[in-house]
Design a protein around this ligand. Sequence first.
Ligand SMILES: NC(=O)c1ccc[n+]([C@@H]2O[C@H](COP(=O)([O-])OP(=O)(O)OC[C@H]3O[C@@H](n4cnc5c(N)ncnc54)[C@H](OP(=O)(O)O)[C@@H]3O)[C@@H](O)[C@H]2O)c1
Length: 260
Amino acid sequence: MSFDLQLQGKRALVTGGTKGVGAAVVHALWDAGVRVMATARSAPVHPVDGVLYVAADVSTAEGAAEVAQAVLSQWGGVDILVNVVGGSSAPGGGFAALDDAQWFKELNQNLMPAVRLDRALLPAMLAQGSGVIVHVSSIQRLLPLPESTTAYAAAKAALSTYSKALSKEVTPKGVRVLSVAPGWIETDAAIALVERVAAQAGTDAEVGKRIIMQSLGGIPLGRPAKPQEVADLISFLVSPRAGSISGAEYLIDGGTVPTI
Ligand SMILES: NC(=O)c1ccc[n+]([C@@H]2O[C@H](COP(=O)([O-])OP(=O)(O)OC[C@H]3O[C@@H](n4cnc5c(N)ncnc54)[C@H](OP(=O)(O)O)[C@@H]3O)[C@@H](O)[C@H]2O)c1
């Protein structure tokens, strides 16, 4: 059986598309014949030939509007919107370390870019009667770590719930909406974290990796996911091969979440 993703010629916007998961999604979609626009605050170190890069800070309303405008003036709309951007810069120390500014920063980084870009780009999808939106959430929404991820986890929970509500609204009009919740992913930033943890503990990278996996309650698979594996899942979900999937969240975590 051939497994052509049938994505040739589609137009996709990928936020956070220069590093980690986003860069892997850009590569995967481009390889599948998709026309891709990617955004980040800075230019990519390893740009993909043919991909359009737009520099903007999508954690602000102005930045999100700039990106939407770039898409609309270039293509008039998109068929695929993958909201990868996210992350956390909140300090450890539990609830007391999180002032209003920290809370809004997490929401602006993890919830609002998707809300704003969806709102700007959905009208064209609805007008054409088709489209796919993917939100990259996190298993933290199910497994928050009180010392360090309370605000990030809550922002991702809001993103997942928003995603479900949006899917109910627009799936009847031809637009599928999905979310993908990864566990720990072995991005360049994760590799750097392993090295820092190992150095602090006076040990090697293998043990550093195990320390991080233990902090998540263990990963039954014994390793983090690779960015390419997350990108492969997303490529399938945005393809017509997944045409009957909407309103669902897919965990990709090597079994980290201990419940069904
Ligand atoms: N890594 C993990 O273990 C893990 C686990 C679960 C969920 N996730 C989720 O997966 C997604 C990707 O994570 P990742 O680890 O692959 O990220 P990453 O390696 O830190 O890359 C983040 C990307 O987003 C861009 N970016 C960051 N802030 C931005 C902003 N304000 N405006 C525009 N672009 C911005 C970055 O480029 P610039 O810095 O140049 O802007 C970069 O391209 C995130 O939503 C994250 O929450 C990650």
